[in-house]
Design a protein around this ligand. Structure first.
Ligand code: ACK
Length: 278
């Protein structure tokens, strides 16, 4: 395999090859759709190091290196480089606030509706950037709070985990924990577009506003959730939820992708809601 330190002229991406011996690995901070994530130091900088633990994860690793090195946006985690010789790992910016999932469901942090809308808004901006990439839109396909990281005291949100962006087989086999955010067309057919990210975003909006886990009462199995979603089941409407926010989530999780908003429309609507609350 060629080293990472190269420019791919056809796809216009550059990846810096990092020497594994230059990374000081510390404690485990989490687990992504593939690989284990460690806190570490590289180049005198606090970093997150994602190591693949099985040979079968190599494909997802290469997809993530390739996709992350093509993107540059304030709401997407920054890749510093990768080790592609011997030990395979990604080195990226460290998000000290951990995942949004941990903040929502494993912490006592008090937050307001304005905070919730700001997280949803930042997520929509990162996703819209992916969808407007040329020559082809990049579909994330695994948007969910465990893949949304927080920095700057929980104020700034960044999307991570690109191991399933673009590879259909990896998505269905490795992401059993993602069923609650998955659009019905993703598990029922092989024809889907960037509107599957819009569906996931609608579920995330419900989750940040309600502070509940979607489909938590569905027996917990991926299959039972997929079956319920396929049959039209959605999270329950939230008591006292402002109507514009309720309309936003229900339009985004419409069964028919054509009826869902585009991510650019999501941004416009969310922007209006966020600023009307300021
Ligand atoms: O809060 P967590 O346990 O920590 O949930 C996610 C998990 O891995 C899956 O993505 C952790 N994680 C991933 N990337 C980073 C990063 N760049 N900085 C800090 N933690 C990360 C995160």
């Amino acid at each position: 395999m060629a080293t990472a330190d190269q420019i791919d002229n056809e796809n216009h991406y550059y990846v810096r090859e990092i020497d594994y011996s230059e990374i000081q690995k510390k404690e485990v901070v989490g687990e992504g759709s593939f690989g284990i994530v460690y806190k570490g130091i590289w180049n005198d900088t606090l970093v997150a190091v994602k190591n693949i633990s099985r040979e079968t994860e190599k494909k997802s690793f290469l997809i993530e290196v390739r996709q992350l090195s093509r993107v540059n946006h304030e709401n997407i985690v920054k890749l510093y480089g990768a080790c592609t010789q011997g030990m395979l790992c990604l080195v990226m910016e460290y998000a000290e606030g951990g995942s949004l999932f941990n903040v929502l469901h494993r912490s006592n942090l008090q937050y307001t509706l304005a905070h919730a809308m700001s997280w949803a808004y930042q997520c929509s901006k990162g996703v819209e950037y992916l969808h407007s990439m040329k020559p082809k839109p990049l579909i994330h396909r695994d948007l969910k709070p465990p893949n949304l990281l927080l920095i700057n005291g929980g104020v700034h949100l960044k999307i991570c985990d690109f191991g399933t962006a673009a590879d259909k087989n990896t998505y269905m086999t490795n992401n059993k924990g993602s069923a609650a955010w998955m659009a019905p067309e993703v598990f029922s057919s092989s024809h889907y577009t960037e509107k599957c990210d819009v569906f996931s975003w609608g579920i995330i909006l419900w989750e940040v506003v309600s502070r509940k886990k979607p489909f938590y009462n569905k027996g917990g199995t991926a299959f039972s959730i997929m079956w319920a979603v396929h049959k039209g089941k959605r999270p329950p409407l939230i008591r006292n939820c402002p109507l514009p926010i309720e309309n936003l989530m229900t339009t985004c999780w419409d069964h028919d992708p054509k009826n869902r908003l585009s991510m650019a429309e999501v941004i416009s609507f969310t922007h209006l809601v966020v600023f009307s609350m300021a």
